[in-house]
Design a protein around this ligand. Sequence first.
Ligand code: FAD
Length: 400
Amino acid sequence: MAAAVFASKRGDEVTVLEHNDRIGKKILQTGNGRCNLTNSTLEGPVHGNFSSLSPSGIRFCDDVIKRFGYKETLRFFKSLGLEFRQRGDLVYPKSDQASSVLDALRFALEELKVSVKTGIEVRSVKKEKDKGFIIKTDDGTFSCDRLIIAAGSKAAPQTGSDGSGYAIAESFGHRIERPMPALVPLKCKGDFFKSVSGVRCPVKLSLSDGDKVIYNESGELQYTQYGISGIVTMNISNRLHLCKKNAFVFIDHMENDSKDELCSMLMERRERFRNRSVKDLMTGVINKKLFEMLLKESGIDMNREVFLISDEEIKTLASHIKEFKIKIEGTMGFDHSQICMGGIDPVELDENMQSRIVPSLYFCGEIIDAHGDCGGYNLQLCWSTGAIAGSCGELEDIFL
Ligand SMILES: Cc1cc2nc3c(=O)[nH]c(=O)nc-3n(C[C@H](O)[C@H](O)[C@H](O)COP(=O)(O)OP(=O)(O)OC[C@H]3O[C@@H](n4cnc5c(N)ncnc54)[C@H](O)[C@@H]3O)c2cc1C
């Protein structure tokens, strides 16, 4: 939609083909229905929030953000009638409704007289000499002399992104980095998950490749029936491809206390609450269900009286609270993922998102192997690549 707006502003006659019965379905789900459309940290020069399977992906992100970034995005949406609301670094429409971001884009398309055809499934595309692109759909054939593929990924296929864009790109000779679910809850090994399912707690979560920690982030973790979720987990899932050995997470449930401080706290409470049950030792400090699970995993009988806990048991318990190690078995898959890693290697695109293989063929959005963490980074990449592809890189003339 962003690409269509920019292409139309450039003077192109634009048609949007969409197989759903409406455009922009995924936008409605973003940011828990509020649409976190960008992130103010993108105003700064260095961003560690991008990831890609292709070696060129992270630089690509930086390059497109430099050309059409945070400020340009706000200006663009303001020109379409949006005002903004910020929560920390995260930017939302002031209305707090994802539908208003979609409406703003839909109204712009209407005002620019872009032809939007819904319920049309693009099956294949060919380029014929002198005739341009021939697009075969389930409802006849379309032709055009410039084609922008913005078919998304395989993430959340219930919104329409079924991965069919990859096959079309491949038919033109593009190499696809194999899509894998990202920003996705993780399945983990352990039979204790049911007992803590639903518990949310502040943690420092570290991803480790074998025993080597390769990334960590602090935030709210959510235990689920099958493993872990929450924004920290989703961001960890964006780095899973960096693990060459077995992938583990270490969960620190009390980041602000060192292990020694925690041991002292446990010992002090052992004295103070001598006659309580062990399971009540940390009432008011750690979530009750979580503490019971950690006791169980530490092999400590939780129904004894507190004063019977040994120093050795306190050390084991402190290790479980501070360095709870869990093996990652996989992700919850495309159905539960917000984005896909993988897609078209940015190296096969020129700086205007045009294919280096097929002239006049452009790509934008998540189909490109360039992705971001939770926090508005992915939509930002969509607006950026969409604006650049739509305008053929002539942003200065159209917009800036
Ligand atoms: C639950 C959820 C929450 C999210 N929250 C945020 C957030 O708050 N902030 C953020 O930055 N990102 C968020 N994201 C990620 C963000 O929504 C996506 O990165 C972004 O929507 C991708 O845009 P796109 O245009 O590339 O693809 P899509 O939005 O998937 O659009 C592609 C369109 O192409 C259509 N299509 C595909 N193949 C065909 C075909 N063969 N023929 C016709 N039509 C076709 C699809 O139906 C679809 O409408 C979230 C994602 C999910 C699933």
